[in-house]
Write a protein that binds this ligand. Structure first.
Ligand code: ZN
Ligand code: ZN
Length: 348
């Protein structure tokens, strides 16, 4: 299903029709090349004031970011009607609709780093373990960063579901997935579509984002990054993964919208001079919600790993403020508790 990689030049003026691959690296067409951050800016970032204020007290965390145990019976199968989302934490969402159960960017480990003992530590636990997950049909991966693609979690999922689990990944990530034991893998370029044999009525499309991929100093830009459209006969779900704001969301909305629900990142936003090129902030997330033509949006990529310097509870108030500022109903773009089930558009 992989497209022929071409060496067409990136243009910031026209719609992006496919990824741009040059000399073994994917280019970022929204930045006219590649990400600009360098070691100097990383050091400058590290020296900035950190306003995240994640409390060390578990009781304060339990109060401000409570964990809900999702009802195992309720999530055991896709809903009869409507779309059911369960936020597991960070960018991991269990999405169930139109007869399928899909997991996004699964990470169930304590840290998101190269080694199990290294990297940012989870400050909110997962509401359920891999062995408590319902039968999954598919997993979509947005990119190779450690907070989105966790090898120990991939191994655990493979152990539980084996070849019955269908992995959808952006171009050139398939080799890594196979090496981690994934048997059923579909690699897609931007704007390519695919279906699972088991659920031919549900379409998966990989769509662009303004981001990049990297797992070690030698593989920067070597695999593609992206977002996912999952469209069934009754409902559709958009998973943005991790991205800066760029013009692509308008195009995704025009092509595949309206969406029943979009999962949009709202965290790792400050300081802006450093994060703007890789992560949208909350006003931009609200703009994406509109441009994607999402009926409802779920906030992701926050409240789980401390990756940046904005206050750890900022999404709880700022999404509402920015929705109101944009003249939109605040209840259309929500944060949810870890493990909380959001069942939308059900008949009864
Ligand atoms: Zn990332
Ligand atoms: Zn991320």
């Amino acid at each position: 299903m992989a497209a022929n990689l071409t060496e067409e030049s990136a243009s910031c003026q026209v719609g992006i029709t496919k990824s741009v691959y040059k000399n073994g690296h994917f280019m970022n067409p929204f930045k006219d090349g590649q990400q600009q951050s360098n070691m100097l800016s990383v050091f400058k970032f590290m020296a900035e004031k950190n306003n995240s204020k994640v409390p060390s007290s578990q009781s304060v965390l339990d109060e401000t970011l409570p964990i809900v145990k999702p009802d195992a019976t309720e999530i055991s199968t896709p809903p009869e009607t409507g779309i059911r989302l369960t936020w597991i934490g960070h960018a991991t969402v269990l999405a169930q609709f139109d007869g399928i159960t899909v997991l996004t960017d699964p990470i169930f480990t304590d840290r998101c780093g190269m080694m199990s003992w290294q990297g940012p530590k989870r400050f909110r636990p997962v509401p359920l373990k891999v062995n408590e997950l319902p039968k999954l049909d598919a997993v979509v991966i947005s990119h190779s960063h450690y907070d989105h693609l966790s090898r120990p979690t991939v191994l655990e999922l493979n152990k539980k579901f084996g070849k019955d689990l269908h992995w959808f990944v952006p171009l050139k990530l398939g080799e890594w997935m196979k090496a981690a034991g994934c048997e059923t893998v579909t690699e897609l370029d931007w704007w390519e579509e695919a279906h699972m044999d088991s659920h031919p009525g549900v379409m998966f499309a990989c769509t662009p984002t303004d981001h990049w991929g990297m797992r070690n100093p030698t593989d920067r830009y070597k695999v593609l990054w992206g977002s996912w459209v999952i469209k069934g006969p009754n409902h559709s779900f958009y998973f943005a993964g991790d991205t800066a704001y760029c013009r692509t969301f308008k195009e995704i909305g025009q092509r595949y919208g309206p969406f029943s629900v979009a999962a949009i990142p709202v965290g790792a936003t400050e300081p802006r001079w450093f994060m703007k090129s890789m992560h949208c902030n909350i006003p931009e997330a609200v703009q994406m919600h509109q441009e994607l033509k999402a009926k409802k949006s779920l906030a992701i990529h926050w409240g789980t790993f401390n990756l940046s310097y904005e206050h750890y509870l900022a999404p709880l108030t700022e999404i509402k403020e920015n929705m109101e500022k944009a003249g939109l109903p605040a209840e259309d773009f929500l944060t949810k508790k870890h493990g909380e089930i959001w069942h939308l558009f059900a008949d009864n």
